[in-house]
Design a protein around this ligand. Structure first.
Ligand SMILES: Cc1cc2nc3c(=O)[nH]c(=O)nc-3n(C[C@H](O)[C@H](O)[C@H](O)COP(=O)(O)OP(=O)(O)OC[C@H]3O[C@@H](n4cnc5c(N)ncnc54)[C@H](O)[C@@H]3O)c2cc1C
Length: 383
C-alpha cells in the first residue's frame, strides 16, 4: 500500500540530458511500410478420411540477384559443419547482391569452404579469435569482417539477435530480426515478418545505409548458385574488446535426435490425440526427413520430452510442411507454427480449431490416416 501512495516523479528527456533527436521515432532507422492481418489460407481443403489422403508442399521459385550490393552472411556451424539455415541465408543473400561468408572460429575444413562457395560465397572471411557464444566479441568480429558490406544477414536465434543489435548500435545500421524474407526496393532493404502469433504480416524498410537482418530458418529454400564460386579463405585480424564475460563451463543440452526442431524443413507433431503413442508420428517424420513436434499437453503428460514442444512456450517453427496429428489447435500452439508453409492436420473432431489454419485437413483418426499416408509415400518412392 505504501508504494501506491508514493509520489511518482516524472523525468523529461531534458532532465536526463538526452537529445530528443537521438531517441524514439525521430532516430529510428527502420520504418514500418505495411502491416496487415494475415489473410486466411487460400484453397483450404478439408476431407473426411476415406482411405486415401495426401498433399504436396509448395515452394516459390528462387531468383538470382544481379545487384552489386555486398551481403555478409554470418555462417552458423556445428562442429565445423555448415548448417542448412546458413545455406538458406546464402541463397537469400544472392537475391540481394554478392554474398561473402563470415566464419567465427577456427579456419573451416576444405569441404565446408567448398560448400559455401557452391552457395555463392566467393570469400570466406574467418575470425579465428572470436567466441561466437560471447555476443560482444562476436559482434565486434562480425563488424570487422563485414565492414564493407551493405547488408549483414544472420540466422535469427537467441544469441544472434543480441549480436545483430550490438552490431547495429556500433555501426548505426538499422536492424530487423525474425524476418521471413527480405528484398531490395529502390536500393533499401525491406524485411518481412509475421508477428503477433503469426496473425499479422509486417513489411519494414531499413533506412540506414547499412542493414542487418535476422532471418528465420526455413523461410528460403536453399538452392546452390547457378555459377558456384571457388571460395577462398581470408583470415581477418581483429582487436577484440576486453569483456568481463567469461565462459567457464559448457555443457550441451540434450537435443532431440535427428534434425533440430527449429530448423527442420518438415515437422510432424502429435498431441493428446496420440494417447502417448508416437510411433506413427515418428515414422512419418523420418520418412519426410523432418523432426517430431508435440503439443504442450503431450509433453506435460511425459509422453515425449519438452524439447519437442511447439508453441508459445515451446519452439517456434516455420517448416515448409507442418503436420498436426491429434492436436486441437489451441492459440498457444498455433502461435508457434502458424507461419509454416503448408499446414496439414488430422483430427477426429471436424470442428477442431486447427482446421481453420490448415491448408489440408483430414477428419479421421490419426491411427487410420497416418498409416495410409506413410504407405502412399513409400509407394510413391517405389520403396
Ligand atoms: C500460458 C500457456 C502457454 C501454453 N503454451 C503452449 C505451447 O507452447 N504449446 C502448446 O501446444 N500448448 C501450449 N499451451 C496449452 C494449450 O493451451 C493447449 O492446452 C494444448 O495445446 C492442447 O494440446 P492438444 O491439442 O494436444 O490437446 P487437446 O486440446 O486435448 O486436443 C487433442 C485433439 O486430438 C483430437 N483427437 C483425439 N483422438 C484423436 C485421434 N485418434 N486421431 C486424431 N485426432 C484425435 C481431438 O479431437 C482434439 O482435437 C499453453 C497454455 C497456457 C495456459
Amino acid at each position: 500500500m505504501a508504494a501506491r501512495k508514493a509520489p511518482v516523479t516524472q523525468w523529461s528527456l531534458a532532465d536526463l540530458g538526452v537529445d530528443a533527436a537521438t531517441v524514439g521515432k525521430a532516430a529510428a532507422r527502420t520504418v514500418v511500410v505495411d502491416a496487415s492481418p494475415r489473410p486466411p489460407r487460400a484453397n483450404r481443403v478439408k476431407i473426411t478420411d476415406t482411405g486415401d489422403a495426401g498433399t504436396q508442399a509448395r515452394r516459390l521459385p528462387h531468383r538470382e540477384g544481379t545487384r552489386m550490393t555486398t551481403v555478409a552472411v554470418l555462417v552458423d556451424h556445428r562442429d565445423g559443419v555448415v548448417t542448412r539455415p546458413s545455406l538458406e541465408a546464402l541463397t537469400l543473400a544472392r537475391s540481394l547482391g554478392t554474398p561473402v561468408a563470415v566464419w567465427l572460429g577456427a579456419v573451416p575444413a576444405a569441404d565446408a569452404v567448398a560448400l559455401l562457395g557452391e552457395y555463392g560465397a566467393a570469400e570466406v572471411r574467418v575470425v579465428d579469435a572470436a567466441d561466437a557464444r560471447i555476443a560482444s566479441q562476436a559482434a565486434a568480429a562480425l563488424g570487422a569482417a563485414s565492414a564493407d558490406a551493405d547488408v549483414v544477414l544472420v540466422i535469427s536465434t537467441f544469441v544472434t539477435k543480441e549480436i545483430a543489435t550490438r552490431l547495429a548500435l556500433a555501426t548505426g545500421a538499422g536492424v530487423v530480426v525474425d524476418a521471413a524474407g527480405a528484398n531490395l526496393v529502390d536500393g533499401k532493404v525491406e524485411a518481412f515478418q509475421t508477428v503477433f502469433a503469426a496473425t499479422w504480416d509486417v513489411r519494414t524498410r531499413i533506412e540506414s545505409d547499412k542493414a542487418i537482418v535476422g532471418i528465420r530458418p526455413n523461410t528460403t529454400l536453399a538452392v546452390p548458385a547457378d555459377a558456384p564460386a571457388a571460395a577462398t579463405v581470408v583470415e581477418v585480424a581483429v582487436e577484440l574488446p576486453t569483456t568481463r564475460e567469461r565462459i567457464s563451463h559448457v555443457e550441451p543440452v540434450a537435443q532431440a535426435e535427428g534434425v533440430p526442431l527449429a530448423e527442420a524443413p518438415v515437422v510432424v507433431s502429435g498431441g493428446r490425440g496420440t494417447g502417448g503413442d508416437y510411433a506413427l508420428v515418428s515414422e512419418l517424420a523420418d520418412l519426410l526427413g523432418g523432426a517430431v513436434g508435440a503439443s504442450r499437453d503431450a509433453t506435460d503428460e511425459g509422453w515425449i520430452s519438452h524439447e519437442h514442444m511447439v508453441g508459445q512456450t515451446g519452439t517456434t517453427v516455420t517448416p515448409a510442411l507442418y503436420v498436426a496429428a491429434g492436436i486441437s489447435g489451441a492459440v498457444h500452439h498455433r502461435g508457434g507454427m502458424q507461419a509454416s508453409g503448408t499446414i496439414v492436420c488430422i483430427n477426429m473432431d471436424p470442428e477442431a480449431p486447427i482446421f481453420e489454419i490448415s491448408d489440408f485437413g483430414v477428419v479421421g483418426s490419426l491411427f487410420d490416416v497416418l498409416p495410409q499416408a506413410i504407405a502412399r509415400i513409400k509407394e510413391h518412392r517405389g520403396a
